[in-house]
Design a protein around this ligand. Sequence first.
Ligand SMILES: NC(=O)c1ccc[n+]([C@@H]2O[C@H](COP(=O)([O-])OP(=O)(O)OC[C@H]3O[C@@H](n4cnc5c(N)ncnc54)[C@H](OP(=O)(O)O)[C@@H]3O)[C@@H](O)[C@H]2O)c1
Length: 273
Amino acid sequence: MTSAPAPVAVVGASGKTGRHVADALDARGVPVRRLGRAELADPVGAFTGTAAAYLIAPNLHPDEPSLVAGWLDALRTAGVPRVAYHSVAWPYAPAMPHHLAKAVTEDLVRRSGLAWTVLQPCAYVQNLLPGLAGDTPEVRVPYSVSTPLGLVDLTDVGEAAAVVLTEDGHVGATYELGGPALVTLADVAAAASEVLEVPVVAERLDPDAWADGLGAAMVPRERDWLRAMFAFYDAYGLPAGGLPLRALLGRTPHDVASVLRRELRGLGSVREA
Ligand SMILES: NC(=O)c1ccc[n+]([C@@H]2O[C@H](COP(=O)([O-])OP(=O)(O)OC[C@H]3O[C@@H](n4cnc5c(N)ncnc54)[C@H](OP(=O)(O)O)[C@@H]3O)[C@@H](O)[C@H]2O)c1
């Protein structure tokens, strides 16, 4: 009798990113252990018996290096040999505290003694869906809509995570994950307009107005960190290369228009022909 393969742990599996990673592993027939705060109250117990772990810290965590260091300790104690860490494109950007925290964390992962892989995804196309799925579809952000971004499909990122954890050859690798082309948010609005068959405005909001509006309900630290990110995007964008993702998937990654067609149809916003 053959025993069932050991599961892969996905930390943060209930979140936006983690769901896509866990679903991609599921789709490959890999058993998944979905972990969140409740399970990770006992991290060694949570990881024991798993073959590998995909580590995703919650967005804007105040101390990501310490959080992930605790998970790495637990993986070593539990005897789990393999880890992949969800970082971000352009992690060493001292002007963006939550990116810098990921650069520090990458170093901990590489020096963990575990067999590691680091993924550095750019911003997801899916981040723009809330503004595009409403009655008046729009792209309104507190930074330039003409700045270059390597926007990437979160479904492709989930598939890439499953590839690095289930196929050989990815130990010791760091992969920047951008989409198939650099785009601006004006491009995204144009693509959305074609998909939805309505005009879609792309507009830069005044960052102070954002802070007094949407940002007002946020914890001040998180608001400040996001403002730092918006200022960075405003000045430099967030370009990222597309070739590593293409190589991992063995196909062309989804472009913005195809992601919007899939996602907005799912949300019922595309007019039926
Ligand atoms: N959005 C982007 O474009 C983008 C691009 C690149 C990288 N990233 C990175 O991707 C990561 C995930 O972002 P996300 O928006 O997908 O996350 P998210 O939706 O905020 O989900 C994170 C999950 O982590 C779990 N969690 C929260 N606190 C925890 C803790 N102390 N210990 C263990 N688990 C905890 C929660 O699960 P439970 O409720 O089950 O506890 C939550 O569902 C972030 O680090 C972000 O920087 C995002």
